[in-house]
Design a binder for this molecule. Structure first.
Ligand SMILES: [Zn+2]
Length: 278
């Protein structure tokens, strides 16, 4: 399961105040200085509100492109053995990358936010139209043809999503790598030709996130995903799976250590399905 790690800001501030010697004394004597940690499930809008076990209210804004988060969810789905779901979600990540790329290209042509939103709303429910918009916007603005899935790979994805095809791990990894390469090369091309527009989109996304949350001054955090508009490392899906598996060992260990101390922030537990930590 994918989890987003965060800490209570108030607890963290008090844990890191005082001299290092004071902090060591405090840790040795009690858990009162141990910061509380959260391991939250991804939210659609990137806004995380939680109350830490010591009663501190937090709002945590996590800026992430939808395609970045979906790609991460797919990696975790593979680790958990949900290969069909991983493929469906990789496919969704690719479609959301097309959406972000169209937006960057229109920003590069100085199309205002409102016109971009109104135009997108006309095609937002039809993925074939979005693919058409992506190909022709890219051709018109960047001057060459963008990469897309081959007809065979698009048919495979449709069979998975619409006909319930049950898939193997190697099929999920293969499809994930196809999507990864299209997104990576697309980002590289956008950043090399339209870096100002990429930055403008990120600035706008950050403002929208604050607006959704209804706060002007909350800190917006970004973490770099396996595929990322803000700078990326090129690794295969196989390599990312090793990375994400190692990350899960660390978060699982932190959860095991902090849960008995009552210092863990989690989504409300579902009493029907007690977790391994209960
Ligand atoms: Zn706290």
């Amino acid at each position: 399961m994918m989890r987003i790690m965060c800490a209570c800001a108030t607890c963290l501030a008090s844990a890191t105040s005082g001299s290092p010697a004071d902090q060591l004394d405090a840790f040795a004597g009690s858990t009162s200085h141990v910061p509380t940690m959260g391991f939250l499930l991804p939210e659609n809008d990137g806004v995380y509100r939680f109350t830490c076990p010591r009663g501190h209210e937090n709002i945590y804004l996590h800026q992430s492109e939808k395609f970045e988060t979906l790609f991460e969810i797919s990696l975790h789905a593979i680790i958990d053995g949900y290969y069909r779901e991983a493929i469906a979600t990789f496919g969704a990540a690719l479609e959301r990358f097309y959406e972000a790329a169209i937006d960057v290209l229109l920003i590069a042509r100085s199309i205002p936010d409102n016109e971009r939103s109104v135009s997108w709303n006309k095609i937002k429910k039809q993925s074939e139209r979005q693919l058409g918009a992506y190909v022709f916007t890219w051709l018109a603005v960047a001057g060459d043809l963008p990469q897309t899935l081959s007809d065979n790979d698009a048919s495979f994805r449709n069979e998975v999503v619409h006909q319930g095809r049950i898939c193997t791990k190697s099929e999920a990894i293969r499809f994930g790598n196809l999507v990864r390469v299209i997104i990576e090369q697309g980002i590289e091309s956008l950043k090399s030709k339209f870096n100002d527009a990429v930055e403008q989109r990120q600035f706008e996304q950050s403002a929208k996130l604050r607006n959704i949350a209804g706060v002007n001054n909350a800190v917006v955090t970004r973490s770099t995903g396996a595929v990322s508009l803000s700078g990326q490392v090129s690794k295969t899906v196989e390599e990312w799976l090793k990375d994400r598996w190692a990350y899960r060992q660390v978060t699982d260990e932190a959860m095991r250590a902090l849960t008995p101390l009552g210092l863990i922030i989690q989504p409300s537990p579902d009493p029907s399905f007690p977790s391994a930590n209960d």
